[in-house]
Design a protein around this ligand. Structure first.
Ligand code: HEC
Length: 367
């Protein structure tokens, strides 16, 4: 009886290990072949684009003149491309060239992309969106954008300390009991730019900018959705009415039926309307590389690039902030994947061991 039980559990473990091994043997889910974004550059910003002018931690003053935008590619292309999918009830998202590095069983986050994405979040998104589930010290955790092996405790990481201090957080003053605004510390959470939801909605035409801590987990399509949404602000196709204060986006998970005056309701354009104006501008000076003459190669130093030389195009910013937000939604991804990579071979060895002991226990029994 005991041996039978043993054998049974042996088989169970064997089955688990076999499933695990089969899962491992599969090549990491390769993302679909890089589809070139249907829209190379979003249409020029509408004149009424609200320039975020709150007490935001903007690194440099906003551009006085919006940088020259290259002529918009066929702005209807995205709408038409997505049309068939939307009609079929299917969502279609853009995929960056080469796919997402963090996809698959062993995928890890692209550290440079995360660092650039943090810069985009800080300079642009943080004027309206908070990330209350993330602490500054998480930036220095294993697998985080600013992890440094010399500082196992991220609270000691000087980069994390400096980045935290560039945000201001509201705290209770221990002397007066009143609320004061002080520079952030690694232990603080990413602050929300508004004191409460009412203030947030008043400042944004009635819509509350959602907290971005887990937005990648909260939306179908994950990082691909953020990437597409940020590039999806195209001019509305003819026949689509856009209400004041709303912006048409070909990738927003909404519905255009009520505003569509086209002949056939089945041909309604994909996407929807949202209160967020296109937040990204091409070659945003707020993201510019720190070009001190001579320090970074003088004449070769291009102003329209991130610190690592990547151009600050909308596509690049959208990609990087999507990677950063994907990490923020699950900062333990890397540790989890590493543990999995150790557990599966262990289970495999264990199953061999169990199988051999099963053979040994039953060797003299006719069965
Ligand atoms: C000027 C303020 C402002 C800025 C800057 C801004 N947003 Fe928004 N965002 C909003 C508002 C308002 C909404 C809510 C829109 C609605 O529900 O109609 C929103 C909604 C969103 C959503 C949710 C869309 C959905 O599916 O519900 C995402 C994702 C988002 N923003 C990402 C970003 C990112 C990333 C950045 C930085 C690149 C950014 N936002 C910059 C105001 C802003």
């Amino acid at each position: 009886m005991r041996s039978a039980k043993l054998a049974l559990s042996g088989f169970a473990i064997l089955a688990i290990a076999a499933i695990g091994a089969a899962a491992l043997a599969q090549p990491p889910a390769t993302p679909p072949a890089a589809t070139p974004p249907a829209v190379e550059q979003p249409a020029t910003l509408p004149a009424d684009t609200p320039v975020p002018a709150l007490e935001a931690p903007v690194v440099a003053p906003a551009p006085a003149v919006a940088p020259a935008q290259p002529p918009a590619a066929d702005i209807h292309a995205a709408a038409e491309l997505g049309g068939e999918h939307a009609a079929a009830g299917d969502r279609h998202e853009l995929t960056p060239k080469g796919g997402w590095k963090h996809d698959g069983y062993f995928g890890t986050f692209d550290v440079n992309a995360m660092q650039r994405g943090f810069k985009v979040y800080k300079a642009v998104c943080s004027t309206c969106h908070g990330m209350k589930l993330l602490s500054f010290r998480n930036l220095g955790d294993v697998g985080g954008p600013f992890y440094d092996a010399r500082y196992p405790n991220p609270n000691d990481n000087p980069v994390v300390k400096k980045l935290a201090s560039e945000f201001s957080v509201t705290k209770v003053d221990p002397d007066s009991g009143g609320m004061v605004s002080v520079p952030g510390m690694p232990a603080d959470r990413f602050p929300s730019p508004y004191p409460n939801a009412i203030a947030a909605s008043v400042a944004n035409g009635g819509a509350v900018p959602p907290d971005l801590s887990v937005i990648v987990k909260a939306r179908n399509g994950g990082a691909g959705y953020i990437y597409s949404l940020l590039q999806g602000f195209v001019a509305p196709p003819a026949g689509l009415n856009v209400s004041p204060g709303q912006h048409y986006n070909a990738y927003f998970h909404g519905d255009t039926a009520s505003q569509w005056v086209g002949k056939d309701p089945r041909n309604k354009p994909p996407g929807g309307f949202l209160a967020m104006a296109p937040p990204l501008v091409n070659l945003d000076i707020r993201l510019r590389r720190d070009c001190v003459e001579g320090a970074q190669g003088g004449a070769a130093c291009n102003q329209d690039t991130f610190d690592d030389g990547k151009p600050t195009t909308i596509e690049q910013q959208a990609h990087d902030v999507a990677v950063f937000l994907a990490w923020a939604s699950d900062p333990r991804t890397e540790a989890r994947k590493q543990l999995g990579a150790a557990v599966i071979p262990f289970l495999f060895l264990l199953s061999i061991l169990v199988f051999l002991s099963y053979r040994r226990i039953w060797r003299n029994v006719e069965h």
